[in-house]
Write a protein that binds this ligand. Structure first.
Ligand code: ADP
Length: 475
């Protein structure tokens, strides 16, 4: 698939005066040179979304849903090409890119169905002469800002909900991975989504373009996935115009293994929770908290599984871990390991990353303590940090000792402990004997500093609609 390289605005491909390169994280080669949308082009996209809004909002839900369904089918039909494009701009192994395309398409499929179920309410009135109705209406043109780690899925779970609800959209994809969003715009175009309903404006300077977009007066809602730092900036900005906003921000996921856990199941869950996308996921297991009696057995079995992982080009069959996204990410892995070892952690497997290569090999650290940066920051790399816990209460206390609250994992065979720990974890999502919680049918989102709002599930529509209550005097 030849990547689209122009911005998609008002139903047409628009080449800007300036372009920027998209690099393959494996070897740094240029995958494509993409239009760098300037402020004028971003304004055009917002104006197009505003013009298209009334007709799209008035389009019967079944028709909006049908277009979403066709976009899902088109994605699946093109999954091999879409997956290759994803591996080239993001670096993840092809098998993971295919899984991402399917996962991303599942949001279009899910919201295709939800479009028809945006129900209102009839409320019994206290006066005989009145009828009370509640309807849900689309909030308006939306700004969608997405990160580079899941270029398709982070967009479809916003775009699917927005389009189902009757909102129009302007997407600014991450500067590292704009090609996926442009490929989805091409699909929207092909299946006949009307001009102005979907717009995509790639830009090199994410802060400049993102600001221009979210502060445009016609934008009524912001959907963002990215860093907590940028999320806070956007929330402050949204306050000025009282715009609706939903934020999916960083996590610092605890992965709790209790003494009665099935260790093989815990290792299998850990491999997914830690190493998917080379650890570059907001739901990645960040802190392994293992009850003392099984700490040695868990570490040994986990290390044996990690030793089998192959690191290399995501385009090569059999590779499990692709490169990290850029040089800064490689340097961060090196910094976190050197900070941890300087403060007393031990390398139980692997070697300290040098920070000079984007191909970061896995490392297992034992004896980690809460003062270490690796325990407090999102690692976003293939590094395992393990700390022992005295008992269940200590494990819960350690797990909750963070500002983040996106997801937590707990492994235990005991049903009462499963319930107790799942309820005690201060997070928006919990995996119980499960290393992968993300799915279109369930509400994805965090508490504490991990965000506001939920994506996916029937609740995913809520952020793209407002309630309108209508009181009618009938006599
Ligand atoms: P990461 O650190 O994972 O790259 P960011 O939060 O920096 O996460 O980026 C997520 C998305 O937010 C990207 O599309 C990026 O271009 C965009 N972005 C970065 N800074 C800003 C900003 N100040 N305002 C709006 N969007 C921004």
């Amino acid at each position: 698939m030849e990547p689209r390289t122009e911005a998609y605005v008002d139903g047409a491909w628009q080449a800007g005066a300036r372009r920027f390169p998209v690099h393959d994280p494996f070897d740094g080669s240029v995958v494509a040179n993409v239009t760098d949308a300037d402020d004028a082009l971003i304004d055009q996209a917002v104006a197009a979304a505003a013009r298209a809004f009334p007709a799209w909002a008035a389009t019967p839900a079944i028709e909006r849903g049908s277009l979403l369904g066709r976009m899902a089918e088109r994605m699946l039909a093109a999954e091999a090409e879409l997956a290759e494009l994803c591996t080239r701009e993001n670096g993840k192994p092809l098998k993971e890119s295919i899984a991402e395309v399917r996962y991303a398409a599942s949001f279009f499929h899910w919201f295709a169905g939800e479009a028809e179920r945006i129900y209102g309410e009839t409320i019994p009135a206290s006066s005989a002469g009145q009828r009370l109705h509640v309807i849900r209406q689309p909030v308006g043109p939306c700004a969608l800002i997405t990160p580079w780690n899941f270029p398709y899925a982070m967009l479809t779970r916003k775009l699917g909900a927005a389009l189902a609800a009757g909102c129009t959209t302007v997407t600014k994809p991450a500067e590292q991975t704009p090609l996926g969003a442009l490929a989805l715009a091409a699909i929207a175009h092909e299946v006949g989504v009307p001009a102005g309903v979907v717009n995509v404006v790639p830009a090199l300077d994410g802060a400049r373009a993102g600001n221009r977009l979210v502060s445009a007066p016609a934008i009524r809602k912001i959907g963002f996935t990215g860093s907590t730092e940028v999320g806070k900036l956007l929330l402050r900005g949204a306050a000025d115009d009282l715009k609706r906003i939903s934020l999916e921000l960083g996590g610092n996921a605890p992965f709790v293994v209790l003494g009665d856990a099935d260790i093989d199941a815990a290792v299998a869950g850990a491999m997914i929770a830690k190493f998917r996308n080379t650890g570059q996921s907001c739901v990645a297991a960040n802190r392994f908290i293992v009850e003392q009696p099984v700490a040695a057995a868990f570490t040994e079995k986990l290390t044996a599984a990690i030793a089998k992982l192959a690191v290399g080009s995501g385009l090569v069959a059999g590779i499990d871990l692709g490169p990290v996204i850029d040089d800064e990410a490689a340097r961060k892995c090196a910094r976190l390991v050197s900070d941890a070892t300087a403060r007393g952690a031990r390398i139980l497997f692997g070697a300290a990353p040098t920070g000079t290569s984007r191909l970061v090999a896995p490392v297992v650290l034992g004896g980690v303590t809460p003062d270490m940066a690796i325990w407090r920051e999102e690692i976003f790399g293939p590094i395992v940090a393990i700390r022992a816990a005295k008992d269940e209460a200590d494990a819960i206390a350690q797990a909750n000792d963070t500002d983040a609250g996106l997801v937590g994992y707990v492994f235990t065979r005991d049903g009462a402990r499963q319930t107790r720990v799942a309820e005690a974890l201060q997070v928006g999502m919990v995996g119980v004997n499960e290393g992968l919680v993300s799915t279109a049918q369930a509400p994805f989102g965090g508490i504490k500093q991990s965000g506001v709002g939920r994506e996916g599930s029937r609740h995913g529509i809520d952020d793209y609609t407002h309630l309108k209550y209508i009181a009618t005097r009938v006599g």
